[in-house]
Design a protein around this ligand. Structure first.
Ligand code: ATP
Ligand code: MG
Length: 306
């Protein structure tokens, strides 16, 4: 099975120079090579993941778009649903999402079919996005009076998947547990939580887990927490290692081996309307997201058995 552990120290480079930087470069180059050798088959079954955490700024959108782009690069057909009025996922995927763009708002509130609003990302022919616009900001309130308000995304998505197959649907949630997130939880079967490696990482997590249980009980028995990804990891701090250790102790099966390092390239990419996979696919952040995508894809059978 493919995987190169980031913690495994690579051998010093060919010039025999053994410094931390030389090791890091050698390590990255070994991981790049391993990624090039990866070949995966997609079975045509659709996995629907919702990237959620009610905490703001933990890397939900960054994770949603980069994992999606990496999966598309591996040959999967991927749809990203931008369910956040901020529209950050739409921006990162380079799809127009101004006030006039038909968007996920029209699907949830106006009964417009999802297929009418989906756009192809210029980044990859396998990568698609259902954009969000500023109108979505009002949807939380407008949904309250709608029929089947918790199921509107699920219905629209099932209709789309009937006509157009996707291997992955990845939903980017806003940082709240309101009706938009509930729609995502009802439409998905897997919850994917990015956790920032910082002091408050686990705070609020029990509330999120409680919400997942409630949805499981009342709205969607298939929903389960399948994946946790540690993001913005700064290996130089003891705190980051402590947080990572604690999260792994609590969730031994869900936490991916791969951790996403804090990286300037990752944070720069959206300002070019790109994911880091397109912006600088060989950078440390992109390599980590590509490895995480391989891990997720190779866990498909495991998740189905649950
Ligand atoms: P929100 O709750 O507002 O939707 P979010 O959870 O979606 O936020 P992001 O927007 O993905 O979080 O990330 C928050 C900020 O951190 C962004 O500016 C992003 O570019 C930056 N960021 C995310 N991941 C990394 C990383 N690995 N290295 C450096 N910066 C990062
Ligand atoms: Mg976001």
């Amino acid at each position: 099975m493919f995987h190169v552990k980031q913690s495994e120290k690579a051998t010093p480079n060919t010039f025999g120079i053994d410094t931390p930087l030389a090791r890091e470069i050698a390590d990255l180059s070994a991981r790049r090579k391993a990624l090039e050798a990866v070949s995966l088959e997609f079975t045509g079954d659709t996995r629907i993941l919702t990237v959620s955490n009610q905490k703001g700024g933990v890397g939900k959108t960054t994770t949603a778009v980069n994992i999606s782009s990496a999966l598309a690069g591996l040959g999967a057909r991927v749809l990203v649903i931008d369910l956040d009025p901020q529209g950050n996922a739409s921006t990162a995927l380079g799809v127009p999402h101004n006030a006039e763009t038909p968007s996920i708002y029209d699907v949830l509130i106006g009964d417009v079919p999802l297929s009418d609003i989906v756009q192809q990302s210029p980044e990859d022919e396998n990568l698609f996005c259902a954009p969000s616009t500023i109108h979505l900001a009002g949807a939380e309130i407008e949904l309250v009076s709608q029929v089947a308000r918790e199921h509107r995304l699920r219905r629209a998505l099932l209709e789309l998947l009937d006509e157009t197959p996707f291997d992955y649907v990845v939903i980017d949630c806003p940082p709240s547990l309101g009706l938009l997130t509930i729609n995502a939880f009802t439409a998905a079967s897997e919850v994917f939580i990015p956790i920032q490696c910082e002091y408050y990482a686990l705070e609020g997590l029990s509330q999120l887990l409680g919400s997942i249980q409630m949805i499981q009980k009342h709205l969607n028995p298939d929903l389960h927490l399948s994946t946790i990804l540690l993001t913005m990891f700064d290996g130089r701090t003891r705190l980051a290692h402590q947080v990572a250790e604690e999260v792994r102790e609590h969730f031994p099966t869900q936490v991916l081996e791969t951790v996403i390092p804090r990286s300037v390239r990752v944070s720069e990419a959206p300002s070019f309307g790109q994911t880091v996979i397109a912006y600088d696919g060989q950078s440390a952040g992109a390599i980590a997201y590509r490895e995480a995508a391989v891990e997720i894809a190779s866990r498909a059978t495991q998740s189905k058995e649950k």
